[in-house]
Ligand binder design. Sequence first.
Ligand code: AMP
Length: 215
Amino acid sequence: MNIILLGPPGAGKGTQARKLVDEYGMVQLSTGDMLRAAKTSGTEMGERVAAVMARGELVTDEIVIGLIAEQLDGEAGDRGVIFDGFPRTLAQADALEALLSSKGKSLDRVVEMSVDDEALIARVSGRFSCASCGEVYHDTTKPLTKEGVCDNCGSTEFVRRSDDNEESMRVRLMTYYRSTSPLIGYYYAKGKLQSIDGLGEIDEIAKDVKSALGL
Ligand code: AMP
């Protein structure tokens, strides 16, 4: 099954994708993670995208479509894929359709997760994650059980995204409404859209995601 998790920054797409990976062995393709990896690896592309990402704007369609094409050429194409943070523009959505159909595959469903703006800003402002296993925490709503130690893997290294601050977040939200939200109508028209409320307990939302996917 190939699916898209669609929603504004901080909606919980990554968290829910990780749950589907754990439970069903699907492959998560997050263009945000790929771009952050490119940034830290010091490649020329990484340097080019760093400033754009810090501002909360979108990197070019060409770059992200190239990243996804590479992954679909590899092993990821043979298993169920969760697209997380991609597509973000209509051009990316068209490119994804063409890429999948060139491999005899198609998109099964799109789950839109909606959360109101103030809740998104609060969520993202306190967000940090384990540098080792990627488990996501929040200063007030999901703190570490034991200070300085990851509940999931015991690591003591944590990271905060440089774009997880209120100023970048306001740009990221505006970018979402301007460039990405038209995809809601696009996938609705294709009969693929399922919308769920992204506000609430992570496990409750996971149930809604599963039922939206017919799992
Ligand atoms: P994310 O981790 O999905 O919130 O993405 C972090 C940042 O990476 C975004 O604010 C964009 O600057 C960039 N980015 C991630 N995915 C895309 C995409 N599909 N198209 C354009 N830019 C993207």
